[in-house]
Design a protein around this ligand. Structure first.
Ligand code: ACM
Length: 715
């Protein structure tokens, strides 16, 4: 009821303060006061006790860079300072909440009150985190898109978070980011009161964490030859072999990152993925793998591998040694042990595994996965740490202290909560930031299926099935997997502004959120993100889910469609993939169903069309997709010559043009195919669908359309 009244209060105000200042995530309560204050250059922030001096100075520097308003920060209890940051006091803040008619915050340490009045600005907090969050709100107030940033109206902000886990996951295995970038990523998270950084450090394609006891994990496991013809031909003169992609985080790097996160009130939850997603580790130390299955090298394929750790006692000792170093580096209570997508194939076909299962009393293969969690939880218990894992770990009995990260929808969280385990919601596809976030034709690569900021905002954090066991829900997290996110700029782009919606999912009570109120604040906030140097998405599809205008065709002359302006013939595994060539500089990217590279141009205007040209690229088929490989559509070439076929009406319609692929076969980057005349005898209607499909000898390579063009007579 209280929250409902608060919502009404917002709606009643002329220009509510949360909107005027684009406060994100939206605070619990913002009340207007009669009179405000003006800040001037040279005004100071007095930090009582000096505990948050660095934080205050950082916020002041962000305000200065954004607006030019120069405020200093000093350790002081000066009652006359324009801005006063008081020492945290939980019981006093609780009383203030009660006096304002608000419930006592469940998470008082993270709560704050920020008052702006004629006597100055006062920030009270329930704990150091709350004090920091109050400072981030002050940053937003002072960097709102207003004419007079320092000229502030009277306000009284009461604020506290709904959920303790407000996270982002960054995959540094598939592609690696620099320490500097990760620190900026943490800064950006903290400015949105996001407080968990789940760091995905190991996978089939890399092991990125230096482990002193097992140096080859990083030194061998951290490097791979990227997929495709172009990297294979890029010979490193030092080794005479293809140049390697990769690197790893030294323990000094990790200490620097964890220290930075701690200063921003963010917990770094490291992920060491076991017992699957283990190819890089096994490539470094073959004795970790299942007997009889050789891993030659760290892989550049994406997908689900059969490689898993074996069951030898020495392998558990290895993992415990790794975890001993992990817990010494990361103060987080939770240590993420992966557990997702474990293939049983190697275990099932190994006599040695069967013997070990018997010795260890493991009944079946599902319990084998569970054995890993149990064993490692016992080890982590000794260090007062807890396991969190992907929802597959629920498939057999779990130690009660283990928590579950629900990614295959929300069912994992529902089941975990029913069984009394804590859970984090990070369901695919809606909270998977590797999905492209706009239908714009020039958007960078990612998983197909657009997930906009609005899609994320409208995710229901607390459906009825979860509400019953609400106390087990830790919170929400969005995941940035980086198979298709090669650069840091793109990692930033894929995250923002979608993570702003994530922040409000985690911070605000589910029943109080409202899309229109959020959307009203978004444009001003996107400007703020840009001032921070974040290359955030800005088009109307990415932000609001609005349909972008389609291409407009000239009345005369050639008409072109980019790949993303065409329709895919099917949608089995749709990816926006980047070409492997050229090695340096801009590369083309293609939206393709890797099971069926085939495109449709709906309602093409065929009047006067005499020929068709195209620009095409080829991609390596570097995907481990299991049995789905049998469903890959391969149309065999007639007379042995591979070609792009253009068919009229539908993909089983008559061929009206054949563009031989010969000029493109030995090219690494995109190739413009010469225009092919409409075949003699074809009868073209004024308008029809066209199907574009490649003939090829096998699933390798994936041919892809960059663009296609209809040429009219006389051009
Ligand atoms: C996952 O996406 N495999 C957790």
């Amino acid at each position: 009821m209280m929250r409902f009244l608060i919502a009404l209060l917002y709606l009643a105000a002329a220009t509510p303060a949360f909107a005027e200042f684009a406060l994100l995530p939206e605070p619990l309560l913002v009340e207007d006061r009669d009179a405000g204050i003006s800040l001037r250059n040279g005004d100071s922030m007095a930090v009582e006790g000096g505990g948050a001096l660095d934080e205050a100075a950082w916020i002041a520097s962000l305000v200065r860079e954004h607006t030019g308003l120069s405020i200093s920060a000093e350790a002081s209890s000066d009652e006359n300072a324009k801005i006063r940051i008081t020492r945290p006091d939980a019981s006093q803040l609780e009383e203030a909440f009660e006096e304002a008619g608000l419930a006592r915050p469940g998470r008082i340490q993270e709560a704050y009150r920020l008052r702006i009045g004629p006597d100055g600005i006062v920030l009270d907090s329930g704990g150091p985190a709350g004090r920091f969050y109050g400072l981030t709100t002050l940053w937003q107030i002072l960097t709102a898109d207003r004419n007079t940033p320092g000229n502030l109206p009277g306000l009284d902000v009461f604020d506290a978070p709904e959920f303790p886990w407000r996270g982002l996951m960054l995959d540094s295995a598939r592609h690696m980011q620099s320490v500097g970038f990760i620190k900026r990523y943490l800064d950006w998270m903290s400015l949105h009161k996001l407080n968990v950084f789940h760091w995905h450090l190991t996978d089939d394609q890399a092991w990125r964490l230096e482990i002193k006891a097992w140096p080859k994990l990083a030194k061998v496991g951290g490097y791979r030859v990227p997929a495709g013809a172009a990297p294979a031909a890029d010979i490193d003169p030092e080794t005479g072999k293809p140049r390697l992609y990769g690197g790893y985080y030294s323990q000094e790097d990790v200490i620097e990152i964890v220290r930075h996160a701690t200063a921003r009130h963010i917990t770094v939850v490291p992920e060491i993925d076991v017992p699957g997603h283990a190819t890089a580790a096994i490539a470094a130390y073959p004795e970790l793998g299942v007997d009889g299955f050789k891993v030659e090298s760290v892989s550049a394929d994406w997908g689900i591998f059969d490689n898993v750790f074996n069951l030898e006692e020495s392998t558990f000792e290895f993992l415990e040694t790794v975890l001993a170093e992990v817990v010494s580096l990361f103060p987080s209570t939770f240590i993420h042990l992966g557990g997702d997508e474990v293939s049983l194939d190697q275990w099932q076909s190994s006599k040695r595994i069967a013997l070990r299962m018997e010795e260890l009393g493991i009944k079946d293969f599902q319990s084998l996965q569970n054995y890993y969690v149990e064993r490692l939880q016992i080890f982590l218990d000794q260090h007062d740490r807890r396991v969190i894992g992907w929802d597959e770990i629920l498939e057999s009995d779990l130690p009660p202290r283990a928590a579950v990260m629900s990614w295959r929808g929300i069912e994992g969280a529902v089941e975990a909560a029913e069984k009394g385990h804590q859970a984090v919601l990070s369901p695919a596809p809606v909270l998977y930031l590797d999905h492209i976030q706009t239908s714009a034709a020039d958007a960078p690569p990612g998983r197909g299926g657009v997930i906009t900021t609005r899609d994320i905002y409208e995710f229901d954090v607390l459906p009825e099935t979860l509400a019953e066991n609400r106390e087990y829900l830790l919170g929400v997290q969005a995941n940035l997997w980086t198979e298709h996110v090669r650069t840091e700029d793109r990692a930033a782009y894929m995250t923002w502004p979608r993570a702003v919606a994530v922040s409000e999912l985690g911070w605000s009570a589910p029943g109080t959120r409202n899309w229109d109120r959020f959307a009203a604040r978004l444009p001003a906030h996107v400007t703020r993100l840009q001032k921070l140097g974040i290359p955030a998405a800005t088009d109307e599809n990415a932000l609001y889910g609005k349909t972008l205008p389609g291409p407009t065709d000239p009345a005369e002359g050639p008409v072109r469609r980019e790949d993303r302006e065409l329709e895919l013939c099917s949608s089995a595994i749709v990816l926006a993939l980047e070409d492997d060539a050229p090695l340096q500089g801009a590369k083309a990217s293609f939206l393709v169903d890797i099971q069926n590279p085939c495109w449709i141009w709906r309602n093409a205007d065929l009047a006067g069309v005499a020929s068709i040209s195209a620009s095409v690229g080829q991609l390596p088929f570097n995907f481990q997709i299991g049995d789905a490989i049998n469903s890959v559509v391969v149309e065999s070439p007639a007379a042995g010559a591979e070609a792009l076929l253009v068919k009229l009406g539908a993909c089983d319609g008559p061929v009206i043009a054949t563009l031989p692929l010969a000029p493109a076969i030995h090219e690494q980057a995109v190739t413009r195919l010469p225009a092919a005349a409409i075949e003699a005898g074809s009868v073209l209607p004024e308008e029809a669908d066209l199907c574009f499909i490649f003939t090829r000898k096998g699933y390798e390579p994936i041919w892809a359309i960059d663009w296609v063009q209809l040429e009219r007579e006389g051009n």
